[in-house]
Design a protein. Structure first.
Lengths: 311, 289
């Protein structure tokens, strides 16, 4: 009898600790909400490659790890990593044109973690005249990325009609969470009018880097050896805005060659789009906002070159 | 068992972290001299000896001459009272420079009948050649108007504390001037030099102060200057060190071929100064009856 009670107790403990099945947000092995996070590609130097100190006349090796933690694939033509900040007469052989980023799949329902890979830089260290010469390294990542933001908005085609109507929803501002990308749609204000509903869409740079025009030549000028023009930095292309599956992109303004400008200090920008409505009944409709842009982020690594006395 | 314990102890003792001074070019001393167990009080007629340790506390190999002198009425020093030395300096892997101990002998004079005491100074003079190698990191930014992330910010670089020599670089200022070709910038450096020790800066090879001879005015402060930026030689204007004008001893050097427009980076500027140096130490002795 006692043994049976003990066995029953152990069984209860095991059942209690076994959990309720699949992790939260996962159904049937599929990650339902993978669009979380405020980064695109994360970048860091592999620890020890290079170390903090190297001797002159040694070989130079640097490994940069890339992790795509956003929801869009990266590694297309033009996406590159550059190494700069050092004296090219001290560390020689590093290509000024950078190295291409390998294809990096973004997060999706079946791959909630994204993917990672490495790029390497090889060179040679020349003899130095001082005993100790600091040579900081700056890795610059330049790539194209996309943000896809979706939410539901309430549309009232006839907001000021007299009489009492039963409404399924009340038009108002909608806040959005992050969308697994470095530029996010933060807020949509719904402005209902008779026959038209306006949407004031606010976006923000949340990734810690700098967005620039979605443009092949701008992507090339992201190379630290070149210069991005003042009218290329802090611009994000509004690729499409759809309400209930209908594109309203042509109504969006103010846009500069299809791009919205972000304030360089706050990183915020906004634009306004309109949707033509019919009827009088309020309804909920999905709104989808697609943004495309180039993105630049940088990391630094401290390195010191030490002179050897061997000639 | 005992044998293994001893071996283990030996290994553990030797395994301690060896300290390597990576940057040996620090400090403001060159060749220094010091009396060893100095004699302060002597008796009339006594035979005395002086031991002087000459050590190279800086980083440059140095060759020079020395002389010892005193008031012959009080102390008569025996020959030889002059000589030469050659001492290696410190390096990254040899943190202590070479030393040499010199000995001198003499005889104290008798005092006059009415005298109870007499005093004299024993002066040891050194005249030696030295070299300062000063390396500083300077930020070269040909795009100051660009607001991107940069590894450094241009500005004056302080090199205070010395570079392992009595004459040192104190401050380096750089200006980037537009070159003749578009996209090329000419760096111009103003390098402030100071005498950091107690001696006198001379031209290289001058030994007159140690030979009891007069020194020509033009031999004071004549310093040879060479400079490189990232191993490329700079053009420097002739420089004369003026001890009476501290703060105005500036060397101006430029890189005529310039640097191309590029992202900000840290370059190393090495300044080599070659000069002679005169220094002296004094020991007072008192003759007592």
């Amino acid at each position: 009898m006692k043994k049976a009670i003990v066995l029953l107790l152990c069984l209860s403990v095991l059942i209690g600790c076994a959990g309720g099945g699949e992790p939260q947000g996962v159904r049937g092995g599929v990650q339902e909400n993978f669009r979380v996070g405020s980064e695109g590609i994360r970048m860091f130097f592999t620890p020890g490659v290079p170390t903090d100190r190297l001797f002159d006349t040694e070989e130079f090796n640097a490994l940069v790890e890339l992790e795509n933690v956003g929801a869009h694939d990266a590694g297309a033509a033009g996406d590159r990593v550059y190494l700069s900040g050092f004296d090219s007469r001290v560390i020689t052989g590093i290509p000024s044109g950078g190295v291409p980023i390998p294809p990096l799949e973004g997060k999706n329902q079946f791959n909630p973690r994204g993917s990672r890979d490495t790029v390497s830089f090889k060179g040679q260290i020349a003899k130095i005249t001082g005993d100790v010469v600091p040579q900081p390294l700056l890795a610059t990542l330049c790539y194209r990325y996309k943000t896809e933001a979706t939410t539901n908005v309430c549309i009232d085609p006839d907001p000021f009609s007299p009489g009492i109507r039963t409404k399924v929803c009340e038009p108002g501002p909608v806040g959005l969470g992050d969308q697994a990308a470095p530029v996010a749609v933060t807020n949509i204000e719904v402005e209902p009018r008779r026959g038209k509903t306006g949407f004031r869409i606010r976006i923000r740079n949340v990734g810690g880097g700098a967005p620039f025009r979605n443009d092949a030549s701008a992507l090339g000028r992201c190379n630290p050896q070149e210069r991005l023009k003042f009218n290329e930095v802090d611009f994000v292309e509004v690729t499409d805005v759809k309400v209930g599956g209908i594109s309203v992109r042509s109504s969006c303004r103010p846009l500069d060659r299809g791009h919205v400008r972000l304030d360089p200090t706050s990183g915020q920008g906004e634009f306004y789009c309109e949707f033509t409505t019919t009827g009088s009944a309020t309804f909920l409709s999905p709104i989808t906002i697609d943004l495309t842009y180039g993105y630049r982020s940088t990391i630094q690594h401290s390195l010191v070159i030490i002179k050897t006395d061997i000639d | 068992m005992k044998r293994y314990a001893l071996i283990l102890l030996f290994l553990v003792a030797c395994a301690g972290e060896a300290e390597i001074t990576e940057d040996a070019h620090v400090g403001s001393s060159g060749v220094k001299a010091e009396y060893i167990r100095p004699t302060e009080f002597v008796l009339p007629g006594e035979r005395v000896g002086f031991l002087i340790e000459v050590s190279n506390d800086g980083t440059s190999e140095s060759s020079g001459a020395y002389t010892i002198a005193s008031d012959p009425l009080v102390l008569q020093l025996q020959d030889p009272t002059t000589g030469r030395f050659k001492l290696k300096g410190r390096t990254t892997f040899t943190p202590i420079g070479e030393k040499k101990v010199l000995s001198f002998k003499g005889r104290v004079s008798e005092l006059a009948k009415r005298e109870q005491t007499a005093e004299a100074s024993v002066r040891f003079n050194m005249c030696y050649d030295y070299q300062t190698d000063a390396t500083v990191s300077v930020c070269v930014d040909t795009r100051p108007e660009v607001d991107d992330e940069k590894v450094c910010v241009p500005g004056p670089v302080s090199a205070g504390g010395g570079q392992g020599a009595p004459v040192g670089v104190e401050l380096v200022e750089m200006k980037l001037l537009p070159g003749d070709i578009e996209g090329v910038f000419v760096p111009r450096f103003t390098i402030s030099v100071a005498n950091l020790d107690q001696g006198v800066v001379l031209a290289q090879g001058i030994r007159n102060p140690c030979q009891g001879k007069g020194t020509l005015k033009e031999d004071f402060g004549r310093v040879g200057v060479r400079a490189t930026l990232s191993n490329v030689p700079l053009q420097c204007k002739p420089f004369k060190f003026n001890a009476g004008a501290p703060g105005l001893n500036n060397v101006v050097c430029t890189l005529p071929e310039g640097v191309p427009d590029q992202p900000a980076y840290l370059a190393h500027l090495t300044t080599t100064l070659t000069y002679g140096y005169f220094d002296t130490i004094v020991q007072s002795i008192t003759v007592q009856k």
